[in-house]
Ligand binder design. Sequence first.
Ligand SMILES: C[S@@+](CC[C@H](N)C(=O)[O-])C[C@H]1O[C@@H](n2cnc3c(N)ncnc32)[C@H](O)[C@@H]1O
Length: 277
Amino acid sequence: MLKPPYTCYDQLYVYNFDRTDLGVIEDPDLIGTWIEDDTAILFFHKEKKALIEEIRKRSDATILYEANLNYQDWEAGLDITTFSVHPLVVAPLWETEKLQLQEGEIAIHLDPSVIFGSGFHPTTRLCLQVISDIITSDSTAVRSMVDLGTGTGLLSIGAAKLGVENIRCYDNNPFACAVAEKNVTLNDCDQQIQVKEADLRAKLPDTSVDLVVANLYKGLLLEFFENPDFWKAKYYLISGFIPSMEEELLAALPMDKLKLLERRKSDTWRLWLLAKK
Ligand SMILES: C[S@@+](CC[C@H](N)C(=O)[O-])C[C@H]1O[C@@H](n2cnc3c(N)ncnc32)[C@H](O)[C@@H]1O
């Protein structure tokens, strides 16, 4: 996350340890610690040879890899900049000062950090577009939402800015949850959005809401589809898959309970909007 004196991301220094219990790491250049598959990936703004050696020794850890890359490379070569999904205008923190809104536009201020959900992946953008379309065409359609795998929290914040009152969002990555919480607060959405750290594989949250958003990977989507408790919402926004996965995913849907309202695509990615019959 961005903390003073940093106002943007430039170089990223990345260190992957083979364990997660590394103790407290307080360093002004630390961006955050990503926990995945029992390993910890530390992101810094600056090279940290001495600190990394100290952590390695005190934790009896092994460094699996280290890398130095620039932020644009981390973001798949893209320049993270302001974009619009009408009426939402999403600005990374380094562009919020120069942001000029037209009448009717609503600003979202985002620290994308190094977390999925900058808005520049086709699936995030598709989801945000459909969320905006559903809510702007019928302001009463979505009053509650669950966001499964929230990343930066952008989809939940977009929904909250469009008036959704009650949103729970989940992620199993503590770093993603910290970034999402920061973004929720930055956008004054604390009353509407609760961020929860949870492994969705271990326990499915209550889906008795108007809209469930799940921009995830195929294996987890299949687990949800096969769980009858998943199908308690009015609408489902499902994304994170490509055409070669569609047949298997479609076959796992309980189509006796569902209507496929929309299929959208962007690049090689697909999205479905489903409604309960
Ligand atoms: C493809 S990203 C989508 C992020 C955001 N919703 C968006 O659309 O940009 C998927 C997110 O799900 C989270 N995730 C993956 N597996 C998970 C699990 N088992 N439990 C909870 N969250 C999970 C990841 O950490 C990641 O932030």
